[in-house]
Design a protein around this ligand. Structure first.
Ligand code: ADP
Length: 162
């Protein structure tokens, strides 16, 4: 088992301070962390795969040990190719639990080497979600406390052209 490499997958549509907090904390636990952006989600994304990965790269800069990548298809296949078996997910509230529990069990049944590790959200970000960020912005609300400045700009740009 490779205990030095972890994968944090998600849609990141767009990246929020909640995600960034999980990334920073996971990277303290694991010297190498891949933030893996999901291309083919059942959820229709607001930002393209390229926009989502670009925002993450811009926000994270060149932090040692953190890589931003993207994947399509099954996460377990992606992780096998990367020779990674630690899967990091964030938990905000009980409402996340059921879905995350199901996903963790599914992934474990697809590949028994995969261990899902959950990090609890920081209290101040426990109600922050990409979906609500977009909803608040559509209605003219201020999202600057929840996402980095560069993401605020990208969200506003996106709304202008929609
Ligand atoms: P997905 O579409 O895979 O759920 P998201 O980008 O919405 O992707 O989330 C990726 C992971 O980050 C999930 O485990 C989610 O629960 C977690 N997450 C999202 N927002 C927060 C937050 N504010 N605090 C902690 N974890 C979060």
């Amino acid at each position: 088992m490779n205990n030095t490499l972890a994968v944090y997958p998600g849609s990141f549509d767009p990246v929020t301070f909640g995600h960034i907090d999980i990334i920073e904390r996971a990277s303290r636990l694991y010297p190498n962390l891949i933030v893996a952006v999901l291309g083919n989600s059942a959820k229709k994304s607001c930002f393209s795969l390229e926009e989502r990965t670009d925002m993450l790269r811009a926000v994270l800069g060149n932090k040692k040990g953190i890589e931003v990548d993207s994947f399509d298809g099954l996460l377990v296949t992606y992780m096998r190719n990367k020779r990674a078996n630690i899967l990091v997910r964030g938990l905000r509230a009980i409402s996340d639990f059921e879905y995350e529990f199901q996903m963790a069990l599914f992934n474990k049944s697809l590949d028994d080497n995969i261990e899902t590790v959950f990090l609890m959200s920081r209290a101040e970000y426990s109600y922050v979600s990409s979906r609500l960020i977009k909803e608040i912005a559509v209605h003219g609300g201020d999202i600057s406390s929840f996402v980095p400045h560069i993401v605020v700009e990208k969200v506003h740009e996106k709304l202008q052209f929609n």
